[in-house]
Design a protein around this ligand. Structure first.
Ligand code: HEM
Length: 465
């Protein structure tokens, strides 16, 4: 049968388009009363923020700014997604066609390289307890202020009858917030984030220069380039990989200060580890010094490929294992005739936790938890998030066919075989074969789960009653 093109009214807004947000709450829940939950979900479904709504919210914000409006427009977004154990609980037994989703993230934590303990031959990751229990679903609420988020979340809680003796109960609530002042849009190590996401065919029709367009089926199930056979109701859904990632910021700052490359400051080493300067300017375009105007300019800040063959055999401009080169190698693979399209993910993370305080700065030690509520969407978890983490970030030999071994992704790479050791080459452009020992715990995973974000029609018919 001919499948009509995806309608933005049918897709949840966090998947494509994305919410404009300053604050965000992720509420993880367990379902208790299946019949009651399905009934209440029927009430909630019309309130879910569609991609169409998210797009029109973005237009309103643009207009508000252009017409000199003051303050932030009151805008919020609401989405819901379910884990495999959630589907089981709801009695949805069709095989959705994603083994990683089916197994759940807890069972693959060791493969991802997360630290943990072996007890009687069974591995348990060093995660917070909530993520070691069955989580049935996640509610994501975003907004321009905490008050807006709370209002929308409280309405959702009321409609779903979430609470003691209700249809479901809360397991965990995580609060994210855009960082203050000039750090807006920067993750906690200080680097501008959210620059590079793929454009989705027929949805993001005006990509920025350098922004690659992927088939809809790379993100949405059942669409062009999704190669797996799916149940009909899975059409226009997407898999969400959630990761609760702590970042040790004073320790990171201390490391780049102590190991600063001769005649260069700590910021240069930081940029060599990430592949972009804190401003967002990519090393591939600004290899010698930061260029904040470039970093801030979406017309230019993603327009690079690691030129092939000129840059494929040298770390002059950017280390092979810099975070952004590892997680999107561009010409390092495409130059070899290997497509990266099926590896692309849409990232929607937000920072959590307070700013670094004086005592932490002085002691060069983290005293308060902070990091990234990482989440990304894809139609195939084994091709997307899991592949990037396991086969790229954690693989010292990747990218392939380089003159020296690249080493681990400096930010997120984990050494599953020897958790006490992580090395990288090429951070000093004048000594590219030299290997630098990196700390093993800058980014500490403390939990996560895989979820399925159903289309709006599926929510109304298959999930709700
Ligand atoms: C890009 C930081 C975790 C995949 C970036 C950028 C920063 C960053 C600063 C550059 C901004 C941009 O291009 O949008 C971090 C931090 C993390 C983290 C601090 C952990 C706390 C992850 C994880 C993955 C990932 C877990 C996937 C396994 C990517 C991808 C890009 C990216 C695909 C875009 C690369 C490109 O297209 O050039 N990250 N990240 N990141 N990150 Fe991460």
């Amino acid at each position: 049968p001919v499948v009509p093109p995806a309608d933005l009214n049918n897709v949840q807004g966090d998947v494509v388009i994305g919410f404009a947000k300053k604050m965000e709450t992720a509420l993880f829940f367990q379902i208790d009363n299946v019949g009651g939950f399905r009934k209440q979900l029927g009430q909630l479904a019309p309130k879910i923020t569609t991609a169409q709504q998210a797009a029109s919210d973005r237009d309103s914000i643009k207009q508000h700014k252009q017409t000199g409006g003051t303050g932030l427009l009151k805008i919020s977004g609401l989405n819901i997604a379910f884990s495999q154990s959630g589907l089981n609980k709801l009695g949805i037994t069709d095989d959705i066609g994603d083994p990683a989703f089916k197994s759940g993230q807890l069972s693959v934590a060791q493969d991802l390289g997360d630290k943990g303990f072996n007890v009687n031959g069974t591995f348990t990751p060093d995660w917070i307890p909530a993520f070691k229990e069955a989580i049935h679903g996640i509610i994501i609420v975003s907004g321009d202020s905490q008050a807006t988020v709370d209002e929308r979340l409280n309405d959702t809680i009321r409609v779903l009858q979430l609470g003691p003796k209700g249809t479901c109960h809360e397991v965990l609530r995580l609060l994210g917030a855009v960082r203050p002042g000039d750090e807006k849009g920067h993750e906690h190590f200080g680097f501008l984030d959210g620059i590079s996401n793929p454009a989705v065919e027929q949805i993001d029709t005006k990509p920025f220069p350098g922004q690659e367009t992927v088939g809809q089926g790379i993100i949405l199930l059942g669409r062009n380039k999704d190669t797996i056979k799916r149940p009909d109701w899975a059409l226009d859904g997407s898999f969400l990989a959630f990761r609760y990632l702590f970042q040790l910021v004073p320790e990171f700052d201390d490391f780049v200060t102590r190991n600063a490359i001769p005649e260069q400051g700590p910021d240069f080493l930081g940029a060599r580890l990430v592949g972009r300067w804190k401003s967002g300017a990519p090393l591939d375009l600004a290899p010698v010094k930061d260029d904040p105007a470039l970093g801030a300019d979406p017309q230019r800040n993603n327009n690079f490929k690691y030129a092939f063959p000129e840059d494929s055999q040298t770390q002059d401009r950017c280390p092979f294992a810099a975070h952004v080169r590892k997680t999107n190698p561009r010409n390092d693979l495409e130059g070899l005739g290997i497509s990266t399209e099926s590896r692309r993910i849409i990232r929607r993370g937000i920072a959590f936790g307070p700013e670094v305080n004086k005592a932490e700065q002085q002691q060069k030690t983290t005293l308060q938890g902070r990091g990234l509520l990482f989440r990304c969407y894809q139609s195939n978890i084994a091709n997307g998030f899991q592949f990037i983490q396991e086969s790229w970030a954690n693989a010292p030999g990747f990218p392939p066919q380089k003159p020296e071994q690249p080493g681990f992704d400096a930010i997120i790479g984990q050494n599953k075989d020897d958790q006490s050791s992580r090395t990288i080459t090429g951070v000093d452009p004048k000594a590219q074969t030299t290997s630098l020992q990196l700390p093993t715990d800058w980014v500490v995973p403390k939990g996560g789960e895989y979820f399925f974000s159903p289309s709006i029609p599926a929510l109304k018919t298959k999930f709700a009653s």
